[in-house]
Design a protein around this ligand. Structure first.
Ligand code: AMP
Length: 213
């Protein structure tokens, strides 16, 4: 099964993708993670995207489509979870074509609905374990007092450079202008399921499992 988790920044796409990876052996393809890795590796592409990402704008379709193409060419999986991709209609069309080349198709699109106020609160309180990706929230799931990740024991907590109010405002604007049209696009294809992304993590997880079963 190949699915898209669609939703604004902070909707919980990464958190839920991790559950699907753990429980269903699917492979998460997060263009945000790929771009952050490129940024840290100091490649030419990393330098190009660093400034765009820091501002919260979208990097070009060509770059992210290229990243996804490379993954689909090389990784074999029991289903892909597209997290943060597609973000534009051009990316959505490209994904359909890339999957067709691999003899695959898209099975479902889960739209995670969360209101803006909750998004700002979530994102400005967010940190992750740099080692395993476990997500923490200063209010609802603080980093353990012993300074060690509860999942893997590492002590490398990170906050994203673009998790600040200025860049978040741009990221939200980009979402509404360029990504939210995908909701209508996939609805028209009969692929869209909306779920409430505001609940507890377990409730959201249950809603996604139900939508996929
Ligand atoms: P994310 O981790 O999904 O929130 O993405 C972080 C940043 O990476 C975004 O704010 C964009 O600058 C960039 N990015 C990630 N995925 C895409 C995409 N599919 N298209 C364009 N830019 C992207």
């Amino acid at each position: 099964m190949n699915i898209i988790l669609l939703g604004p920044p902070g909707a919980g796409k990464g958190t839920q993708a991790r559950f699907l990876v753990e429980e269903h052996g699917m492979v998460q393809l997060s263009t945000g993670d790929m771009l952050r890795a490129a940024k840290e590796s100091g490649t030419k592409m990393g330098d190009i995207v660093a400034d765009v990402m820091a501002r919260g704008a979208l990097v070009t379709d060509d770059i992210v489509i290229g990243l996804i193409r490379e993954q689909l060419n090389t990784v074999k999986a029991n289903g892909f979870i597209f997290d943060g991709f597609p973000r534009t209609l051009a990316q959505a069309d490209a994904l359909t074509n890339l999957l067709a080349v691999e003899g695959e198709m898209l099975d479902a699109v889960i739209e995670m609905e969360v209101d803006d106020e909750a998004l700002v609160a979530r994102i400005t309180a967010r940190s992750t374990c740099g080692d395993c990706g476990e997500v923490y929230n200063d209010n609802t799931k603080p980093q353990p007092a012993d300074g060690k990740c509860s999942n893997c024991g590492a002590s490398d907590f990170r906050r994203r450079a673009d998790d600040n109010e200025d860049s978040l405002r741009t990221r939200l604007m980009e979402y509404y202008k360029k990504t939210s049209p995908l909701i209508g696009y996939y609805y028209a294809k009969g692929m869209l399921t909306k779920i409430n992304g505001l609940g507890e993590i377990d409730e959201v997880k249950a809603a996604i499992d139900k939508a996929l079963s």
